[in-house]
Design a protein around this ligand. Structure first.
Ligand code: G3P
Ligand code: CA
Length: 269
């Protein structure tokens, strides 16, 4: 078992339990909830008719039996596609009910929010805006409106937020901060940059989201970010030695394709 620092490290299922089930499907998120994940990560994109759907790539080609850009397709087009079978080509043994279209259809963010609301326990959501700049604010507008409908655009009566918004785009986070100032924002970082030397983040960003490679290559980074008052959420942490490193450094959240294994390594499985 990894010797974690005393504080609780949140385990976030990246695209759901995406090692065991096809990413961004209901099957993957249900599996993550069963596995005991503290939070779920998902990427969101806008369809041509303005629906937020959980898809990582710009195109649906890799993760479905269809072709084309999400932004050029309507939700009804996406609903005809199978987002599960591709996974079976890599790993046929662990996919639960992958032939069940209800579990492997395109997942709207709205359906994911319903799943979380119906789960019966506290599960946080880390929602990443993908390529938001091309939409000139529409992604953030739709996102905040949807969160508002679910009562998630403001903290609960206990003052807690169960949803946070992540992005590689500082502009996207700035828009979120303006529209929903109490929703936590996570600035995703893949590469080192000069302003990180003193742990600073762009305006509108509250939490730091460095990639694991950056954390490995910059041993003092987590401390600097903590000293500057930011939580540190690291992605995508799948290897036991990286989980060990994150625990040693005292990160606040580990984003992983393997929530069950990480929970077990942290002594919570
Ligand atoms: O959680 C952040 C991480 O998901 C960013 O990378 O490409 O997997 O969306 P990507
Ligand atoms: Ca992501």
């Amino acid at each position: 078992m990894t010797q974690a620092r005393q504080h609780h490290i949140q385990v976030v299922a990246h695209r759901g339990a995406s090692e065991d089930a096809p990413e961004h499907t209901l099957a993957a998120y249900m599996r993550a909830i069963e596995d005991g994940a503290d939070a779920l990560e998902c990427d969101v994109r806008l369809t041509s008719d303005g629906h937020l759907v959980c898809v990582h790539d710009r195109r649906v080609n890799r993760t479905s039996n269809g072709r084309g850009a999400v932004s050029a397709l309507e939700l009804a087009d996406l609903a005809t596609l199978d987002f599960g079978t591709w996974k079976g080509r890599e790993d046929a043994t662990e996919v639960p009910d992958r032939t069940d279209p209800a579990l492997t259809a395109v997942l709207t963010l709205e359906r994911l929010l319903e799943l979380v609301a119906d789960s019966g326990r506290r599960i946080e959501l880390a929602i990443e805006t993908k390529h938001p700049t091309r939409w000139a604010g529409r992604v953030e507008e739709r996102l905040v409106a949807l969160l508002d409908r679910f009562g998630l655009a403001a903290p609960s009566s206990a003052g807690e937020s169960t949803v946070r918004i992540m992005s590689f785009s500082a502009r996207s986070l700035h828009r979120i901060a303006a529209a929903a100032p109490t929703v936590p924002t996570v600035y995703l970082m893949q590469f080192a940059s000069p302003w990180l030397r003193d742990g600073r983040l762009p305006a509108g960003a509250r939490i730091a989201g460095p990639g694991i490679r950056l954390v490995r290559n910059q041993p003092g980074l987590v401390d600097r970010l903590h000293r500057a008052g930011h939580q540190v959420h690291v992605w995508t942490v799948n290897e036991p030695e990286d989980v060990e490193l994150c625990a040693r450094l005292g990160v606040d959240a580990i984003i992983t394709n393997r929530p069950r294994q990480v929970l077990s390594q942290l002594g919570r499985g």
